[in-house]
Design a protein around this ligand. Sequence first.
Ligand code: NAD
Ligand code: MG
Length: 417
Amino acid sequence: MKSSESTSNCQLTPASVPAKITVLGATGSIGLNTLEIVRQFPQKFQIEALSCRNSIEILVEQIKEFKPRLACVDNSKQARELRDAFHNDGSGSETEFVWGVEGLMQISSAPEVDLVVAGIVGAAGLKPTFSAVEAGKTVAVANKEPLVMAGELFVQTAKKTGAKILPTDSEHNAIFQALHNEPVERVARLILTASGGPFRDRSLAEFEQITLAEALDHPNWEMGQKISIDSATMMNKGLEIIEAHWLFNAPVENIDVVLHRESIIHSMVEFVDGSFLAQMGLPDMKVPIAYCLGWPERLPMKIPRLDPLSMNTLHFEKIDPQRYPCLNPAIEAAKQGGAAPAVLNGANETVVSAFLSEEIRFVEIAKIITAVMQSLKEATMQADLPDYLREICTLEDAEQADQWGQEQAGNMLEQIN
Ligand code: NAD
Ligand code: MG
């Protein structure tokens, strides 16, 4: 079981020396939760680098508080402006500003860094997260899209470099905890739980009228916009099946999804002897993030706790494919393997972004993704299929397959509009 193999060269520095952390996507939901934990444990953690694309004003406050050695922004103009502002404000700030993908790769792989938290959203996290793995870091991976696009490359590279990929997505973190180093042969099934998102009880007849605000209003979790939409469509769970397949070396057929509306059980492992192990807690991303930051220890977190007496009933329900028409194309892409997951990811990012800018309706998301996956099937029957749609051998292949999915979805969007 890849994620649970113990490696000797990727432990954090001894407890007396704070671990140096890079936070990719520091101004997002994962980034803010990470920094809240770091704030609670100044003896254990030190921020080496922060990055963001949006919300520069939040990054500025973070730089003042955590005094990172490096900060990465989107472009050279922003980097220059920030450098001038910080160097002229009399605070003696020594933060160096870098930018763009190169900058992100630099802060992920800098020799001083012990642990990288991958909290960028989408395919944009591919290169920086991969750089951290190539550099043999401990990498807390919340950013699932790179694993969907190039999971095999991540796992193979981590094996070579000794990097430790720590599953931070709540379901995968639950499985990581429940597996507790047991070998893959003992696992019968992984069961991912899904909250069902905001439309789990909405009449299907009303789906045509779903608004952006309703789709962003997740009942159990506070998250960034893209993952909130992915949760409403349940594409998120599809991406998570692919993520689990790579992280835990589990056949796709042995990964199931159940709707669990309370989000208390974050996922389960069924072992060959009939035992089930689950991880439970209130829906709070600080728990899985703290598990990864503290790993292999546990941090004494000051957070609201689950009261077992308040759990009258936990519900588990079958997923209705009519309600969640994105799930089946994702499962098919997972089974198909090769370029299919990257194409799926590209198509999904494009349509979600179109939905977020109110260019399409909610119900059109699944229709376009299904059509893109159908066009991939047709393309694979052609003799002149490009190699990157056959197999993902390099990061560039993954990027090109993702791009192909984006373009196909883009063409279909043009036809709608
Ligand atoms: P978010 O939108 O809240 O934050 C994204 C961060 O990445 C921000 O700091 C933003 O500035 C930065 N960013 C965005 N686009 C970028 C780009 N092109 N280049 C560089 N930086 C960029 O997202 P989030 O909800 O924190 O999610 C981050 C990742 O973690 C996603 O892949 C998501 O699926 C995963 N995840 C999130 C949660 C959660 O609770 N939020 C839970 C599980 C997994
Ligand atoms: Mg999740």
